[in-house]
Design a protein around this ligand. Structure first.
Ligand SMILES: NC(=O)c1ccc[n+]([C@@H]2O[C@H](COP(=O)([O-])OP(=O)(O)OC[C@H]3O[C@@H](n4cnc5c(N)ncnc54)[C@H](O)[C@@H]3O)[C@@H](O)[C@H]2O)c1
Ligand SMILES: O=P([O-])([O-])O[C@@H]1[C@@H](O)[C@H](O)[C@@H](O)[C@H](O)[C@@H]1O
Length: 525
């Protein structure tokens, strides 16, 4: 049930939803003792294609805990499965997916699922494939992950055992030594041969299922960082030459991304490594192909991007943040190696920077809270990550507030819904175009190829060069919601609700309080 807006600013044609939108923003320039502020209004036209494509997703690392859990959830939801747990019957659902399980406020007491704002791919119609260095079929991979209960794994087995990951690009130099035993399904040949094979795989998948679009998403093992080398990966042309010359220091993830972008496929990085070397970003910009990342923002960091926002915007000064966690899955096993942990430490550590920098009352220039990230590998707990955080903040007159948080979760069940959201939102934003209203000959244009609107789902958001990084979770979510509202013809959610504060705007009909709010008096009235 899609939202239909009756407004002179919205037109519904067979092909498009077209909405006029006055985009208001501010430019400010700090001066010696003042700030020069200009308010600007751009009269825009948004155009959203209504036809939803037949969409395929190819996961790099398909047989991993996230990939297997995501595949299982797709099937379980499509089949409307339910299973018995100690607490009784459990139905399949997409909790944790902002598109499938969150709503947006349209008006008082009227909230609709985010997925009802604009036409969006139905997860039940997603076609899935992918690559893995491990040859295990998806049923065996799900069993190996130990994320789902055995009886559900058994029910899913006939639907997953025929799904086998394609042979993968593997380079031991990029992952922990302990990953070697997993690599029994790898491609040989030069880097160029491997890129060509990945491109052929994408084409074969597209043709086999007669797909309109294919999105490639990395949910494979965290790699070490790649050095940025002038003449090798600094431009698209040099990266192409380096691949053709089989240059040694090009990561598997960069090769997958190069292949995907070359085939016109959106590429999303769910891990922390710097897949998107400058040459790859340039290639995506030249080909106008979407790229997004880095590192799913699923648990401890997601909470951090809310808590620090709350504290700093309340005028409370976080001065020490320690984030510890241990887990026992293969991700944790790989992260037990220093170079792979370093990739994760970087992506987990920068998430407070924008919020801290926003408050010069609390923080002097360059001042930051102490911020420590610790990850330990403890096999026994498996995918059930144990996160412990301590936030110490300065409050008024030398007081202190200490928050201690313990957070236990199946890590992959937090990440799998984000895989769905990344894929569905990337596809939706590929159908949205914008142009200036006034200029008659203006062409509609898509968003910038670096799809920073997906920052809400990423620990270390990739943004177009020279643009700010926003980590505050609710600002990131508001960005997605308000762009979708603009395309729908709805005003942005400002939370001003002047219609309930300004007498001449307050409606004549008394606001009907929800029953729950009514207080019963003693005499029963
Ligand atoms: N909550 C989360 O689970 C979470 C959150 C943020 C980021 N991540 C990141 O997501 C990634 C996957 O997490 P996971 O728990 O599924 O890990 P996992 O180790 O269970 O799965 C990774 C899979 O990738 C495969 N693989 C490794 N190198 C490959 C290559 N070059 N090509 C193809 N396949 C390859 C492995 O065989 C494995 O099956 C990790 O990088 C992790 O850091 C996970
Ligand atoms: O999302 P989040 O909970 O901040 O971070 C998580 C880490 O704490 C965890 O150790 C790692 O295995 C996951 O891949 C994920 O990155």
């Amino acid at each position: 049930m899609q939202v239909v807006v009756n407004s002179p600013n919205v037109e519904y044609t067979n092909k498009y939803i077209i909405s006029k939108y006055d985009y208001q923003y501010v430019e400010a320039q700090k001066e010696e003792s003042s700030i020069a502020v200009n308010t600007l209004t751009e009269k825009l036209m948004f155009r959203t294609q209504r036809k939803v494509p037949k969409l395929g997703v190819m996961l790099v690392g398909w047989g991993g805990n996230n990939g297997a859990s995501f595949t299982a959830a797709l099937i379980a939801n499509k089949l409307k499965l339910s299973w018995t747990t100690r607490k009784g019957n459990q139905d399949a659902n997409w909790f944790g997916s902002v598109t499938q399980a969150s709503t947006v406020r349209i008006a008082d007491e009227v909230h609709v699922p985010m997925s009802h704002l604009l036409p969006i791919v139905d997860p039940n119609n997603l076609i899935i494939d992918g690559w893995d260095i491990s040859a295990l079929d998806l049923a065996a991979a799900l069993k190996r992950s130990e994320v789902f209960p055995p009886d559900l794994v058994e029910v899913l087995k006939p639907h997953m055992e025929k799904r086998k990951p394609r042979a993968a690009i593997f380079n031991q130099d990029y992952v922990a030594e302990n990953q070697k035993s997993r690599a029994d399904n790898v491609l040989n040949g030069s880097k160029l041969d491997q890129v060509k094979t990945i491109m052929d795989d994408i084409e074969e998948f597209r043709n086999q299922w007669k797909l309109d679009e294919v999105i490639v998403l990395w949910t494979a093992t965290t790699e070490r960082f790649t050095s940025i080398v002038e003449g090798i990966n600094d431009t698209a042309e040099n990266l192409s030459k380096a691949i053709k010359s089989n240059y040694k220091d090009i990561s598997p993830s960069t090769l997958y991304a190069y292949a995907a972008i070359s085939k016109g496929c959106t590429y999303i990085n769910g891990s922390p490594q710097n897949t998107f070397v400058p040459g790859l970003i340039e290639l995506a910009e030249e080909k106008k192909v979407f790229i997004a990342g880095d590192d799913f923002k699923s648990g401890q960091t997601k909470l951090k991007s809310v808590l620090v926002d709350f504290l700093v915007s309340a005028g409370i000064k976080p001065v020490s943040i320690v984030s510890y966690n241990h887990l026992g899955n293969n991700d944790g096993r790989n992260l037990s190696a220093p170079e792979q942990f370093r990739s994760k430490e970087i992506s987990k550590s920068n998430v407070v920077d924008d919020m801290v920098a926003s408050n010069s009352i609390l923080y002097k220039p360059g001042e930051k809270p102490d911020h420590v990230v610790v990850i330990k590998y403890v096999p026994y707990v498996g995918d059930s990550k144990r996160a412990m955080d301590e936030y110490i903040s300065e409050i008024m007159m030398g007081g202190h507030n200490t928050l201690v948080i313990h957070n236990t979760c199946e890590d992959s069940l937090l990440a799998a819904p984000l895989i769905l959201d990344l894929v569905l939102l990337a596809e939706l934003f590929s159908r949205i175009e914008v142009k200036k209203l006034e200029s008659e000959d203006a062409e509609y244009t898509k968003l910038h190829p670096v799809l920073s609107v997906l920052s809400y789902l990423c620990k270390a958001p990739l943004v177009p060069k020279g643009t700010p990084i926003v980590n505050s979770l609710f600002r990131q979510r508001a960005c997605i919601e308000n762009i979708l509202r603009a395309c729908t013809g709805l005003p942005p959610e400002t939370n001003m609700t002047l219609e309930h504060k300004v007498p001449f705007l307050m409606s004549q009909t008394a606001y009907e309080e929800p029953q729950s709010k009514k207080v019963k008096l003693e005499n029963g009235k």
